[in-house]
Design a protein around this ligand. Structure first.
Ligand code: FES
Length: 117
């Protein structure tokens, strides 16, 4: 007996890791997850040190598809103003909610943050 998986609320996103390898990730839109959660579920090396509250930038990524995302919140703006490797297309993956609007989103993981001594 086979169980059918309901993919009605499932989207796909494309994430390029720091070695340049692209991963196709599928995730549900009805569980309140964000892109950082999805990367961690798929065991990509995204630290998510602050737990997804825009306080660490370890989930920074570059959005390279033409998707129009909701504008950055104040916390995200503040964090990105202090982070390394920030580009115009930088976003914090933990602030990108999985929903149908981001189906097909393509991102590149930013280099890891380097901390001084
Ligand atoms: S997980 Fe810390 S800023 Fe996204």
């Amino acid at each position: 007996m086979s169980e059918e998986i309901d993919k009605t609320n499932c989207i796909q996103v494309f994430v390029q890791d720091r070695q340049g390898k692209e991963h196709i990730l599928e995730g549900p839109t009805d569980l309140g997850l964000n892109l950082m959660d999805l990367c961690k579920i798929h065991e990509l090396p995204m630290a998510g040190t602050c737990g997804g509250v825009a306080l660490c930038a370890s989930c920074q990524c570059y959005v390279v598809s033409g998707h129009v995302l909701p504008p950055k919140g104040v916390e995200e703006e503040n964090m990105l103003s202090e982070a390394f490797h920030v580009r115009q297309e930088s976003r914090l993956a933990c602030q990108i909610r999985l929903n149908s609007q981001i189906h097909g989103l393509r991102v590149i993981m930013a280099p890891e943050e380097e901390y001084g001594e």
